[in-house]
Design a protein around this ligand. Structure first.
Ligand code: F6R
Length: 245
């Protein structure tokens, strides 16, 4: 794994935006894998800035989001559909029919997972997958487990993730208990991975992901096996690996 250090969150976001923008400039029809959460908000702001400056054109780009809460309709303000609309899609020119996010409101979740995997295959896979990192080392909603889940699947969220996500909801009972998520095989099949981590609460997970054993107990550790993975980490999140180095 290539490790790029950044001073702080803003610099991490700018460095990430240059990597994503360069992919789109070099391959205007590229397929991007997108994440939600707090981490990529700065990256998305920077991409919007580059788009407004006329430096990057997203009209040929296709996107696949990592995950969506089960039981939330796309219109729900807490859904990842709404998040993507607010932080990226409504500001840039990716055609609506090129944007893909699992449908959390699907009646048949299993069928929705299979449909999503097929769509990714039809797009010839993901060129660049952007990832955030959970405090427990999760990527997408692949939670610590005894095995790596393969394809897009229905996942029960752990208590720690439910608590971490409660900040986005008015009350804790509203936080969905399950989600649809790309699996580890889906993520590892991306041709390039860009993992972002910022803040002291990620330092422990970063240490495990970068320097620990590869184990489904810390799902991000599997990225050590990816041939083209880059981590951009700020000073606070890299504190543990810098101490050991
Ligand atoms: C979001 C996702 C999650 C987040 C992770 C970190 O689509 O898949 O794995 O990347 O929970 O969340 P933040 O960035 O809010 O710390």
């Amino acid at each position: 794994m290539r490790i790029v250090t950044a001073k702080d969150y803003d610099q991490m976001s700018r460095k990430a935006s240059y990597i994503v923008a360069s992919r789109v400039i070099l391959n205007p029809k590229c397929v991007l894998g997108l994440a939600t959460g707090d981490t990529p908000k700065g990256l998305y702001n920077e991409l919007v800035r580059l788009f407004r400056a006329g430096d990057v054109d997203f009209s040929g780009v296709t996107t696949f989001n990592l995950d969506e809460y089960a039981g939330l309709s796309p219109e729900n303000p807490q859904s990842y559909h709404s998040y993507m609309e607010e932080h990226l899609f409504r500001h840039i020119n990716i055609p609506p029919e090129h944007r893909h996010i699992p449908n959390g409101a699907a009646q048949n979740i299993g069928a929705e997972c299979r449909r999503y995997e097929e769509l990714i295959e039809q797009a010839h896979g993901i060129d660049l997958q952007i990832l955030g990192l959970g405090r427990d080392g999760h990527i997408g909603f692949n939670e610590p487990d005894v095995k790596f889940e393969k394809g897009t699947h229905h996942v029960r969220l752990t208590q720690s993730t439910i608590e971490a996500n409660a900040r986005f909801f008015e009350n804790r009972d509203e936080v969905p208990k399950s989600a649809i998520s790309m699996g580890i095989k889906t993520i590892m099949s991306a041709r390039r991975i860009l993992l972002l981590a910022s803040g002291p609460e990620k330092a422990e997970a970063i240490r495990g992901a970068v320097m620990g054993a590869v184990t489904p107990d810390l799902p991000a550790s599997v990225l050590q096996l990816h041939p083209n993975a880059t981590l951009i980490v700020d000073e606070a999140a890299s504190a543990e690996i810098m101490r050991i180095k």
